[in-house]
Design a protein around this ligand. Structure first.
Ligand SMILES: NC(=O)c1ccc[n+]([C@@H]2O[C@H](COP(=O)([O-])OP(=O)(O)OC[C@H]3O[C@@H](n4cnc5c(N)ncnc54)[C@H](OP(=O)(O)O)[C@@H]3O)[C@@H](O)[C@H]2O)c1
Length: 340
């Protein structure tokens, strides 16, 4: 298939581009920065021809149309992931318009396969049971969470009209080769660079390579709409640190903090953002996820699509090694993973 892709220069998107090409599909990338395509793919020995790169924006109808010309499938992985208060309206507008133009545009063209990246957090409410796909869609408190929930409503409405939209719901996406440091990889980096904390609940990850595999299976589904969790290992915070100790051979400093104290910090973070508008995700939403995440199961994804979620040991070892090789962490942080 020839797949028009958004978010191809991002973390989940770039791994999905690679997987689609490996599987023999061709891609056309809608990107904001042509140079970034070279920076992301050239070092991996994957030169994307100039003709397959359209410079534009998911909020610009003209560039979305141009990118879709001649394609027979769409992957929509782009979203503005930003926690600054002053960008709240931009986040809401970008992510809503993106779904409208990219997914809505693909539906209007009658394309037979449309893959959209949602988030497991669209089901999360504080105190909720383990997440599953039939739960009501939550509202979210940050603009980003709200934008993903609003997008989810729009996608469901299109699916109900019969549109062949296949949705993945990732938990925290972790893994190597991240063009930036997206949210969950940023968290792993923070465990090493700042003080670690163990608290209630835990951290559920999905390896970016397993997510890319799911996106391939979704692209290639015979027909119809579909929804699948992209949920790998759910470990308590203590277990997460233990795995990091085991893969590095070092003991990572951490101290316990009750969940309520963490959540109070999230409220303080939301409040401080009125005065000092920082990007770091110290928000009520993020602290709720960190301390009350009930877990989600990827079992149906494995059973029906044959996507296996790798172990936390493998994901963390590869991620931390990459954080070192890419210059984010030093040898003293990563212990035995340096030079391996
Ligand atoms: N990271 C996670 O843990 C996580 C968890 C659940 C769901 N998700 C979802 O997964 C998807 C991918 O996330 P990610 O972590 O891979 O994010 P990412 O690395 O920040 O990538 C986001 C991509 O979207 C592109 N983009 C943003 N605004 C755009 C615009 N106006 N026009 C065109 N492209 C635009 C970015 O382009 P540039 O390269 O030019 O910046 C980038 O390629 C998102 O939909 C996100 O909501 C992520």
């Amino acid at each position: 298939m020839r797949v028009m892709m958004t978010g191809g220069t991002g973390f989940a998107g770039s791994h999905t581009v690679r997987r689609y090409l490996e599987a023999g599909h061709s891609v056309r990338l809608l990107v904001r920065d042509r140079e970034k395509v070279r920076r992301v793919f050239d070092p991996q020995g994957m030169a994307i021809p100039e003709r397959d790169v359209i410079v534009g924006d998911i909020t610009d109808a003209g560039s979305v149309e141009r990118a879709m010309e001649g394609c027979d499938a769409v992957f929509h992985g782009a979203a503005l992931v930003e926690m600054k208060r002053k960008l709240a309206q931009k986040v809401l507008d970008t992510n809503r318009r993106g779904v409208e133009l990219v997914v809505g545009g693909a539906v209007k063209r009658g394309l037979p396969s449309i893959v959209y990246v949602s988030s497991a957090s669209v089901f999360f409410e504080p105190g909720c049971p383990p997440l599953h796909l039939d739960m009501p869609i939550a509202k979210g408190t940050t603009a980003y969470a709200q934008s993903k929930s609003q997008a989810e409503h729009a996608i469901r409405a299109l699916q109900e009209e019969g549109a062949p939209i296949r949705v993945s719901y990732p938990t925290g996406i972790v893994g190597p080769d991240d063009p930036g440091l997206s949210d969950a990889n940023q968290a792993v980096y923070t465990f090493f660079k700042q003080t670690g904390v163990t608290t209630s609940s835990g951290f559920q990850i999905v390896d970016v390579r397993d997510l890319a595999e799911l996106h391939l299976r979704l692209l290639e589904l015979e027909d119809g709409a579909a929804r699948y969790m992209a949920a790998g290992p759910m470990l308590s915070w203590a277990e997460t640190y233990r795995v990091l100790d085991e893969v590095t051979g070092k003991w990572l400093f951490r101290f316990p903090m009750p969940g309520f104290a963490f959540r109070a910090l999230g409220h303080v973070g939301d409040w401080i953002k009125h005065v000092w508008d920082f990007s770091f995700p110290l928000t009520r939403d993020a602290m709720e996820y960190a301390t009350r995440w009930p877990g989600a199961s990827g079992e149906r994804t494995t059973r029906e699509l044959g996507v296996h979620f790798r172990s936390a040991h493998e994901t963390y070892a590869d991620t931390v090694r990459w954080l070192y090789e890419a210059g984010h962490l030093r040898a003293r942080h990563v212990g035995r993973l340096a030079g391996k």
